[in-house]
Design a protein. Structure first.
Length: 87
């Protein structure tokens, strides 16, 4: 999977967030922040440490598995891609 594919997944996450009206605001903000961190990790000159980003994404997946299965599928794909790129 390419970095472009990961960017596409993040765009899909943002689209799903926009279509999840029952998502509470703190969760929505947290997922938006994680999406920004993933995007920053993809930048060639990224100096931000992303060592815990996959862990935080995995925590969100566990929190949302039952209530938002489509979001968790997208987040799982992002986690897998981050692992592939060792980000």
């Amino acid at each position: 999977m390419s970095r472009e594919s990961l960017k596409t997944l993040v765009a899909g996450l943002r689209a799903e967030l926009a279509q999840a009206p029952d998502l509470d605001e703190p969760t929505r903000q947290g997922l938006d922040e994680l999406a920004r961190e993933v995007e920053a990790a993809l930048e060639p000159a990224s100096a931000s440490p992303s060592g815990t980003l996959p862990d935080r994404l995995a925590d969100r997946v566990r929190q949302l598995e039952v209530s938002h299965p489509k979001l968790t599928t997208t987040l799982s794909s992002i986690i897998d891609t981050l692992a592939f790129y060792n980000l």
